[in-house]
Write a protein that binds this ligand. Sequence first.
Ligand SMILES: [Fe+2]
Length: 291
Amino acid sequence: MDGKQECEQKMKQAYSEQEHRRDILDRFLDMAASMTRSCGRKLGSALRMCTPRGMQMRGFQTYSLPELSYDYGALEPYISGEIMELHHSKHHKTYITNFNTALEKLHDAKDPQSIVSLQSALNFNGGGHINHTIFWKNLAPKSLGGGEGPQGPLASAISTQYGSLEKLIAKMNSVGAAVQGSGWVWLGLNKELKHLLVETTANQDPLVNKGLVPLLGIDVWEHAYYLQYKNVRPDYLKNIWNVVNWKDVSQRVVWCLVMLASRSTSSLSSTLIGAKGISGVIIVIIVIFPR
Ligand SMILES: [Fe+2]
């Protein structure tokens, strides 16, 4: 077996290992692919698989609040339990409630004007649901690896593109602190160019609106930090890195690349192995999930 065949085999093995996982990134890629469709259809398609679904009512899908994999107080002292409880059980839940309401109106809409008028509510509340679902998974208590930096090729890719993890963090902190009003700072993946990007989105716009795959999102709305940090957003940004779940970030890279590969199996090797100018990110799939 030559090197190319070995790589292909490893890719297929990794894909097999991953294919039954809940694949959030694939859902977001689906969403990106559907961006040219109508707003309601686009968000509905993206979110139908985003998180635990609620009941299917009257022929349309509704959504429910996903449970956290850790206690509200587990991220202390970096993010207080009070913030986490309010953020998750009130703010995120409200986005879901309003999104479900908008979906119901979309279902009942009889004319184009009524449909178009729902675009803002769908984007804001559907985006809020998407963004927060990522955010909770991007975080982890220290006891579960929160704050432990990325390993292997993802670490190498960050080092190659930003100089070091510390420099990437400094950039995201700077960009995040400068977000005017409410929004998010992201580490995203350009799936065509296969490189990382720091980007921001306003309000609850999802990152896929900018054509990027979300890897790590930090909520810089005041509701994410004000009770603990008051108006000092930079302190919140400085501390949140103590509970960032880099394993989750790495998995999102892998899922993205695996899904891209699975859609073009005939060009698997040329897409993921043979492409020119690809950084260490591209071989994450092989190295992070060795057989
Ligand atoms: Fe939030």
